[in-house]
Design a protein around this ligand. Structure first.
Ligand code: DQA
Length: 149
């Protein structure tokens, strides 16, 4: 059976293509959804793609994901740096989680240098642009198939 994954996006990522292109490039949110969907299909994964600006919605979604998905790829966006609630929800998900950031958060303002979720996830990717999502999908497939080296 195909593994099911969810790709979760936090606040303001719906504005990709419009916001701070110097950090996030010109790809739109819809284009990102499309490349993630294509890559997932190519690798035999069933992927859902989700975005919310609301912290509690993301917490509910992560909680519900326990029963529905085999892995989570998450760009928690600004909540990465602030949300104990998202961290705690992720900590209950006992399957692979990959943290992704489009920009290099360590090259930016100091408040972005701290991620509250990095130590409760399996691994992370940052600073590689939207391609980071593709790399995360490839890694997730390997983790789920126990083929990661
Ligand atoms: C981001 C980095 C965060 O600091 C920022 O708040 C975002 C996007 C990234 O993908 O580079 O909204 O997670």
């Amino acid at each position: 059976m195909n593994n099911k994954i969810i790709i979760i996006n936090g606040p303001n990522l719906n504005l990709l293509g419009e916001r701070e292109q110097s950090q996030y490039g010109s790809i739109t949110f819809e284009e990102l959804r499309e490349i993630c969907s294509n890559k997932s299909k190519e690798l035999g994964l069933v992927a859902e793609f989700y975005q919310s600006n609301i912290e509690g919605e993301l917490v509910n979604l992560i909680q519900d994901s326990r029963k529905k998905f085999d892995g989570i790829i998450i760009n928690a966006a600004a909540f990465t740096h602030t949300s104990v609630a998202i961290r705690d929800a992720l900590n209950v998900f006992k399957k692979p989680i990959i943290e992704i950031h489009i920009s290099n958060i360590y090259k930016r303002e100091e408040f972005r240098h701290k991620s509250l979720i990095s130590d409760v996830v399996t691994g992370g990717i940052f600073g590689l642009g939207a391609d980071g999502y593709i790399l995360a999908i490839i890694s997730m497939q390997k983790l789920l198939k126990n083929e990661n080296r």
